[in-house]
Design a protein around this ligand. Structure first.
Ligand SMILES: *[C@@H]1O[C@H](CO)[C@@H](O)[C@H](O)[C@H]1NC(C)=O
Length: 119
């Protein structure tokens, strides 16, 4: 019985140590949240949410193999803005996505960039 209590309290201590939050850094701060869809209109074919952290801000990112036909801009801090592109490396077909809106393309989007002036 005593042994069980000791094990339980040691376990609780270990958990509280590992639960100490690491300091906020750009790399672990979610600046923008997008949701991607495989059809226009931000409704059908939800491909999931895409959180953009500080180490992915202010540089071109690829949507990879996803066939992205609409993008919902769900959340931003620090007034960060989002552009999506039909080109593979933010080189063609730029369109800005406004916060709390859905942008549908005539063509698939292949890359995106989040701009945060404070980073
Ligand atoms: C965001 O924009 C608003 C309005 O322009 C401004 O007052 C605020 O300081 C900006 N916030 C940041 C973090 O840049």
């Amino acid at each position: 019985m005593h042994f069980t209590t000791l094990v339980a309290s040691v376990t609780a201590l270990a958990m509280s140590v590992s639960a100490v939050p690491s300091p906020a850094t750009p790399a672990n701060t979610r600046y923008v949240q997008l949701r991607l869809y495989g059809e226009p209109g931000c409704s059908a074919q939800n491909l999931g949410e895409l959180g953009v952290y500080g180490d992915y801000v202010n540089s071109c990112q690829s949507f990879g193999d996803n066939e992205v036909e609409s993008v919902s801009f769900e959340y931003a801090i620090n007034n960060c803005t989002v552009s999506v592109y039909t080109g593979d490396s933010c080189d063609a077909g730029a369109q800005a996505v406004a916060l709390n809106t859905c942008l549908s393309g005539d063509e698939e989007f292949h890359s995106y960039e989040v701009f945060c002036s404070s980073l």
